[in-house]
Design a protein around this ligand. Structure first.
Ligand SMILES: [Zn+2]
Length: 262
């Protein structure tokens, strides 16, 4: 997961929401949750989804908000996710500021029952504590060489928060596939998230070896690489899948090197 800088609600989306709320036949004011979830969903369906998807695609640089796999702005490759579930919050149900672009989490990858779903396909309406719009939280995300994603305890977050975030990762979003009762990973997700992240880890470690052999591996050298990666997360650039993994490993290595050189 990486930090997502939420942008302004597109004007066209804003206008349409006001129109939906104002139209007496829609009965927005009278809707009560959770009883009228279905009616509220019908109102959500009236929203300009294409505009919403393309705005989300741009602000997330083409990556699923949860797993960092490639999404596109087409409805085939992106779902509009309500961070606060539609059935829980009427005001936010029609609010762009509550939306994330997410992948299908393996839902479309055949009908194999052993498939482990992830992201919204696994979460459904469950509540989340982990939040991709929260910079401090996102800076505490780390990756093991195995490809496993975890929340670091040495980033100054409250231990209780760390535990909740890790539970969201493991049990609600299933970003570590299926784990046994000892917390060991026994199966990757249908979308192969662990394998995908592991291959980035492998690639970074062989880069480090190569650079080290050439005596290039210094904090300054890595700073240049980090800035180049961060550039992918600016403006409307499209970022590499799993970019957070590479960024994390570069920054961690840089920190180690700085200690070593000081
Ligand atoms: Zn995803």
């Amino acid at each position: 997961m990486i930090y997502i800088r939420k942008r302004r609600t597109p004007d066209e989306v804003k206008k349409k929401v006001e129109e939906i709320k104002r139209t007496p036949d829609n009965g927005y004011d009278e809707l009560e949750l959770p009883e009228n979830t279905k009616q509220l969903r019908n109102l959500f369906e009236q929203m300009p989804k294409d505009q919403i998807r393309s705005a989300l695609f741009e602000e997330q640089h083409g990556l699923c908000a949860y797993c960092m796999k490639r999404i596109t702005s087409s409805s085939q490759k992106m779902k509009i996710e309500h961070y606060e579930a539609l059935s829980e919050n009427k005001e936010l149900a029609l609010d762009y500021q509550n939306y994330l672009g997410v992948c299908y989490g393996g839902e479309k990858d055949g009908d194999n029952k052993s498939h482990v779903l992830c992201c919204d396909a696994e979460r459904k309406d469950r509540k989340l504590t982990i939040n991709p719009w929260n910079k401090r939280q996102m800076e505490a995300i780390g990756y093991y060489r195995s490809g496993e994603i975890f929340v670091r305890q040495d980033e100054g977050l409250d231990p209780e928060l760390v535990e909740k975030m890790q539970k969201d990762i493991d049990n609600v979003l299933h970003l570590n596939g299926e784990k046994d009762s000892d917390g060991r990973i026994i199966r990757d997700t249908a979308t192969q998230l662990i394998a995908g992240r592991r291959s980035i880890c492998d690639s970074v470690h062989s880069q480090f070896e190569r650079w080290d052999k050439k005596h290039q591996l210094t904090p300054e050298f890595l700073q240049d690489k980090i800035l180049k990666l961060e550039k992918q997360l600016e403006e409307n650039n499209i970022a590499d899948e799993y970019i957070g993994v590479r960024l994390y490993l570069y920054k961690r290595k840089q920190k180690k090197l700085r200690k070593h050189f000081s």
